[in-house]
Design a protein. Structure first.
Length: 319
């Protein structure tokens, strides 16, 4: 446990310059974007040059870039993501409203992807080079090549429009109806999960095959241990160490894919709000959304690193 705590502290310290770098990148990109926050704030109001200049002065847009960055980071450290130039509301309030839905969608997609990948990956490895393995490999190859938005279009056409089993758009809060919530998020979550499940299935299969060919497995089988015990207690646990490293990157894919999927299904999460902010030229909102997603991605990878350490005793001995 002490080793895990030390590694966690070292990872957190290493994340500080990484987060500052991510914030700096987003800050610079938005400052050089072809969008003037002053013009966006007075959209349709026929503002004079003096009004635009006054707005830039009041919001620090005329300060040197290094000073603007320092002020930006200082406000972020206090939880202040700025104020929308369009709605005049704090960006943090919009994020606190939209983020829970994106987290729900991402977690549901992750659960579906993990369960599907475990079942298919283990089955494919146990029936190596036989027809179940060949079928699963073909299916996962197609899944890897299929983008999430294309899968979403097929699912909507088949299950929503054709069969009427799911709604084509909209969101129901779990506080109002758990069944309605699950029904509204099933198609978006499956659309996100299937490409990830296909990639994880291939990784799990490869890792399982490598473990099944090791000497300790043959020894355990020769000793009369039931296959369920050998696979479940030893092979599967050791084989899942490698897929853990892939899992962190795939969660980042789920977060990024949610931007498109939420827009397709009219879900009021981070994705739809970000697209609307880009359309409106609301730089404060875009900055806040992108930085929030980036921080989420970094934190997820931190959790995966800790899980990887816990699952791999050899790393704990070298830490």
């Amino acid at each position: 446990m002490a080793v895990v705590v030390r590694m966690l502290l070292s990872r957190i310290l290493a994340l500080i310059p990484l987060l500052l770098g991510v914030i700096l990148f987003v800050f610079i990109v938005m400052r050089f974007a072809p969008v003037d926050p002053a013009l966006a704030a007075f959209d349709g109001a026929n503002a004079t040059a003096e009004q635009l200049q006054q707005f830039r002065l009041e919001n620090g847009l005329l300060d040197p870039l290094p000073l603007q960055y320092v002020h930006f980071v200082w406000h972020l450290a206090q939880g202040d993501f700025g104020t929308s130039v369009i709605t005049k509301q704090p960006v943090g309030e919009t994020i606190s409203t939209a983020l829970p839905l994106t987290v729900q969608l991402t977690l549901l997609g992750l659960v579906i992807a993990l369960v599907t990948a475990l079942v298919l990956g283990v089955t494919s490895a146990l029936f190596r080079d036989r027809w179940p393995d060949k079928v699963i490999r073909v299916v996962t190859l197609a899944g890897v090549a299929a983008p999430a938005f294309w899968v979403a279009l097929l699912l909507v056409q088949w299950l929503a429009v054709g069969q009427g089993l799911f709604p084509t758009s909209g969101y129901v809060s779990p506080a109002d109806s758990f069944g309605g919530w699950l029904n509204s998020l099933t198609l978006p979550a499956v659309s996100l999960a299937l490409p990830v499940a296909a990639q994880l299935t291939r990784v799990i299969r490869t890792s399982m095959v490598e473990e099944l060919d090791k000497d300790y497995v043959r020894t355990a089988r020769g000793g009369g241990l039931p296959p369920v015990v050998v696979v479940g207690r030893n092979v599967l646990r050791n084989a899942l160490v490698t897929p853990l490293t892939v899992l962190g990157l795939r969660v980042g894919y789920l977060l990024g894919g949610a931007v498109v999927i939420e827009t397709m299904f009219a879900l009021p999460g981070m994705g739809q709000n970000m697209i609307q902010a880009v359309t409106d030229g609301d730089t404060a909102k875009v900055q806040g959304f992108v930085i929030t997603i980036a921080i989420g991605f970094v934190l997820v990878n931190l959790v995966v690193d800790v899980l990887y350490l816990i699952a791999n005793p050899r790393l704990r001995s070298h830490a």
